[in-house]
Design a binder for this molecule. Sequence first.
Ligand code: SF4
Ligand code: SF4
Length: 228
Amino acid sequence: MINSEKIKQIIKGLGADLCGIASVDRFKDAPEGFRPTDIYPECKSVIVFLKRTPKSSVYAVNCIPYTFVNSMIMNIIDNLTIEILYKLEELGIRCVPIPSDDPYEYWEADKSYGRAILSLRHAGYLSGLGVLGKNTLLINDVYGNMIQIGAILVDIQLKADPIVTYEGCINSCRICIESCPQKALGGKTVNQALCRPLSTYKHEKGYILKKCNICRIECPNAFRIKNF
Ligand code: SF4
Ligand code: SF4
């Protein structure tokens, strides 16, 4: 019988470190046009999974190792998404994949603002995989913010996981906000126009480099939630 536990077992067996499930009604506060049912009207549940990102990349002062790991982990999550689709399809479940990052259509050129078809960090929160920090990243109790998220929309009702209530941010902490060289963080949102020149720096040879990860790695909870 197909149930939440069986699906999580399959997904972890394929390589995910964690998997959570959100019922579709939890996305009612998402912007119109960016809810799971706006992507797939038959969607009943959202399966969210993640892989931890190797810590090794953050010790370098050169941006290339971090850019490399970031790019590879996105590919790994996207490949995992495809593997999960094959398995769920074999079980007769209709599903729709969400890319771990690009591509997306929504773009406000004047603000350099893009919006994914589904916010994966919010999906992670709504499926019990973590809480949102002031750096706008999902923070998981075990893996901190060093995670890459994927999601699949399915047409079956699955038991949802409880939303977690642990504290992601230390009360008075403002390290990420104050250490951002672009002053791009407001505590709940990131000004993409300010962040992009460093986080998606265009090299003259055409590469996109992650020249900044300060808000991620300076966070005291980057690698796990301390004292949890
Ligand atoms: S990646 Fe860098 S520039 Fe962008 S919000 Fe974080 S600290 Fe600021
Ligand atoms: S640096 Fe501090 S304020 Fe920013 S996300 Fe981490 S704990 Fe929260």
